[in-house]
Design a protein around this ligand. Structure first.
Ligand SMILES: [Fe+2]
Ligand SMILES: [Fe+2]
Length: 368
């Protein structure tokens, strides 16, 4: 008999968790709260939009996964950009579920690639946005507009915290780059039910999101250039909401962005382990994997997927990260988006048989 797995929410006096899109208040007694982690037999992960498209990327059957590449077709070119979007389709006991995770930077890329990759967003059972950067949410308002009234009734958008909907800026030597604001009321007006999953939450009965990611490593730091713009006092974007430490700032001030509300999306694949999708990885890829393990009580990691945000990192940080990858011992590492060629090279040098190169349009089949 298959062993039941549980999300361990920790010993808390009270808290909020979401189960299948329903928020519940838990009044604890000091005992750990548990939430069943679903196990899927199969997961098909499609990289709908990524930073690169490589027509020569290798596909085929590896030891325990199948990698399918999108053929180059002059009549229908996949578009790629600095952004990320996934389609996730899973099977559990004969039940099929579809989740859309992140939404690229631009409507043109997202909708073009959905069409070419035969992704029908109106079939989605849930939506997840990893964090509030435009390269992950950019086309979400457009998607909500063009599918208004055609998405499944009451469909939930899972975000990790209030800061997903706050104004973000990146400071560069050439000046500030406005990363925009994801407009929560506008999404709700289009029919999306927004859930802030600060604690681990099961999504569509097949996946889970990690909740806030504990910072357990001493070498993974948020990007120094990232800023949040403080909103009005007592609003969801007031500076005091931006992190565990109270921040003194006036509305309009820019404060350091700690990505408190970033979360990772995770599946537990039968007989394989966890597939952890970090998206942009500002919280740290190792922190994200550790959070997924802690939340689920499952140690075996099948694949680490996503942007690891190591492209700008020093060789030392990349090296430390890959050293921990060796300890975690996943079956596969798929470094996308902001992971960087430095990280790809380090993974290739250290664990070449585990590396799957990213490319827009790639489908990876996990499980049976
Ligand atoms: Fe980001
Ligand atoms: Fe990103």
């Amino acid at each position: 008999m298959e062993r039941r797995q549980f999300l361990r929410l920790g010993a808390v006096a009270s808290g909020v968790f979401a189960l299948g899109g329903i928020s519940r208040i838990v009044r604890g007694t000091g005992a750990a709260q548990t939430l069943g982690v679903p196990t899927v037999e199969r997961l098909v992960m499609t990289n709908v939009v990524d930073n690169v498209y490589d027509a020569f990327a290798r596909g085929g059957k590896l030891d325990t996964i199948t990698v399918q590449r999108a053929a180059l077709d002059p009549k229908g070119l996949l578009l790629f950009e600095h952004g990320l979007a996934y389609h996730l389709e899973s099977v559990r006991g004969g039940e099929r579920r579809e989740i859309l995770l992140d939404f690229a930077a631009t409507e043109g890329s997202l909708l073009n690639n959905y069409g070419l990759l035969k992704v029908d967003p109106t079939r989605a059972d849930a939506l997840i946005v990893s964090h509030g950067h435009f390269d992950h949410y950019g086309a979400l308002p457009d998607l909500a507009r063009v599918t208004q009234g055609r998405l499944k009734p009451g469909i939930t958008l899972y975000a990790g915290g209030e800061d997903t909907f706050c104004h973000r800026v990146v400071v560069t030597p050439a000046g500030s780059v406005d990363y925009g604001t994801l407009d929560r009321p506008a999404l709700e007006a289009r029919g999306l039910q927004v859930v802030l999953a600060k604690q681990p939450a099961v999504v569509a009965g097949h996946a889970f999101v990690t909740g806030e990611i504990a910072r357990v490593t001493d070498f993974e730091k948020p990007p120094a250039a990232a800023r949040l713009v403080a909103g009005p006092m007592d609003s969801a974007c007031a500076a005091s909401h931006f992190g565990a430490t109270k921040v003194e700032a006036r509305p309009g001030d820019m404060v350091a962005d700690t990505f408190q509300g970033e979360h990772a999306a995770v599946y537990h694949v039968k007989d394989r382990g966890l597939v952890v999708i970090t998206s942009c990885g500002h919280a740290g890829v190792i922190n994200s994997v550790r959070q997924a393990q802690k939340a689920s009580g499952i140690q075996k990691v099948h694949a680490i997927v996503g942007g690891f945000h190591l492209a700008p990192a020093s060789d030392e940080i990349v090296s430390k990260t890959v050293e921990v990858f060796k300890d975690i011992n996943p079956d596969y590492v798929i470094p996308m988006h902001c992971s960087g060629v430095n990280t790809i090279m380090a993974v290739h040098m250290t664990m070449p048989r585990k590396l799957v190169m990213p490319s827009t349009g790639t489908r990876v089949i996990f499980g049976a």
